[in-house]
Design a protein around this ligand. Structure first.
Ligand code: ATP
Length: 396
């Protein structure tokens, strides 16, 4: 009887998976240790340690660009406090102001955190405020209110709620106190507060600089150890992500995104290992995604100008100076059925496209018609930019 050898040729049982735990590569995952943020953790822990001697901690402001670990530090440290001191007379309430950008919504969330059910809209603000004071006065607990993306609240609603909450400390007295941790990309929101509010709200400032290359490497290494199968990634790949992201922004979120996308690409390609080749592809795909989001938000004439530039860049013999761009754009606008903008306005739009990172412009001093600005390159190859614009209805 012939032996069934099919098992030896059947490769379907070979697993090409590289990622061992997807959660670890998601934005919401906060690890137990945060490499590169030891100093910020130390300062914040020290500020909160007043709670241990039953003192109200001072207000704190976390300031830093996107992806620099502000939310991760606040959640990591407050989580550890809750875990290590379960009997602490303190309650942490985390509020993201992108969802609670009015004083009403903040009070709604504070009430809910204290177990008071109030409607998400429609009540007079004073009723919510009184209910909160009543619930808080009988709570016998210090309150730490964390307002993430606080600039959205201040921009929309002024800073009155910060002022009112900090004033309560004088009015309530006793063992009660409210401390605030506000999180923002810049200090601009402090400038927007009215002078009375500013003088009553002077938080301890903790700065979060962009991550350096070695710090990003450590962050990535931690994610790889936790989320990717042992032996399925090249260390060089992590070094490449860290180097590129440190140069671009120092944003840990972006570095972790690139790692996740590179791992997914490696899995799709059924590769045995995640290598620099997959990282290169991931870096490009993350860029493409960002560029297409930006291009989709552009007004019509901006898109027509981009289309004109893409067309010119495909003809190597033509110098993409502002004059040529204007003339090609003008024809495009007319065939599209709209009146071309003035040359002056088009120059302005070129500067806007440059500051959005969609085109690179340099001065050309050697042109036949004297010095002029020329577009050196676009953020995407012209062919790709054209197909992106085509999807948006700009026919080239
Ligand atoms: N030091 C770190 N170690 C490990 N992971 C980190 C570290 N810093 C940030 N991260 C991770 O990077 C991502 C973004 O971090 P986080 O949300 O804390 O940034 P942020 O400064 O609050 O950004 P934003 O201003 O955009 O809200 C999260 O997944 C977070 O867990």
């Amino acid at each position: 009887m012939p032996i069934n050898n099919s098992i030896f040729y059947d490769t379907s049982y070979v697993s090409y998976s590289i990622i061992k735990d997807k959660r670890v590569l998601r934005d919401s995952f906060i690890p137990d240790t945060l490499p590169g943020r030891e100093e910020q953790i130390f300062l914040f822990t020290r500020a909160l340690s007043d709670l241990l001697s039953d003192q109200p901690p001072s207000d704190v402001a976390f300031i830093g660009k996107p992806g620099t670990g502000k939310t991760a530090v606040v959640k990591n440290v407050s989580g550890k406090f809750k875990q290590e001191y379960p009997n602490l007379r303190a309650k942490f309430v985390y509020i993201n102001c992108s969802q609670a950008s009015t004083s009403y919504r903040v009070m709604y969330q504070l009430n809910r955190a204290l177990g008071v059910l109030v409607p998400p809209s429609g009540y007079p603000f004073d009723v919510l405020w009184d209910k909160f004071i009543e619930a808080y006065s009988s709570s016998n607990s210090r309150l730490i209110v964390i307002l993430d993306e606080v600039d959205l609240l201040v921009r929309r609603d002024g800073g009155r709620i910060l002022y009112s909450l900090s004033r309560l400390n004088y009015e309530l007295g006793g063992d009660l106190s409210i401390s605030m941790v506000v999180i923002s990309n810049t200090l601009d929101f402090l400038e927007r507060l009215d002078p009375r509010e500013r003088s009553s709200f002077e938080p301890l400032r903790i700065h979060f600089p962009p991550y350096t290359q070695p710090q990003l490497y450590n962050i990535l290494r931690q994610r790889a150890d936790l989320g990717i199968k042992l032996g399925t990634w090249d260390d060089e790949a992590l070094h490449l992500i860290a180097a590129r992201v440190a140069q671009e922004s120092g944003d840990a979120r972006r570095a972790i995104d690139v790692l996740r996308i590179a791992a997914e690409i490696a899995e799709d390609e059924k590769a045995e290992k995640l290598t620099v080749k997959h990282v290169e592809k991931a870096l490009n795909s993350v860029n493409e995604e960002e560029i297409s989001v930006t291009v989709r938000t552009l007004p019509l004439h901006h898109r027509l100008i981009l289309a004109a530039i893409a067309e010119i860049l495909e003809r190597p013999q033509v110098r993409p100076g502002t004059g040529v761009i204007y003339s090609v754009y003008g024809k495009r606008a007319l065939s599209y059925g709209v009146k071309p903008l003035t040359m002056r306005r088009v120059s302005g739009i070129l500067r806007e496209l440059e500051s959005l990172g969609l085109v690179e412009i340099k001065m050309d001093y050697g042109g036949a018609r004297g010095n002029t600005k020329v577009v050196e390159r676009m953020a995407l190859p012209p062919e790709q930019m054209k197909s992106l614009l085509f999807q948006m209805g700009i026919r080239i």
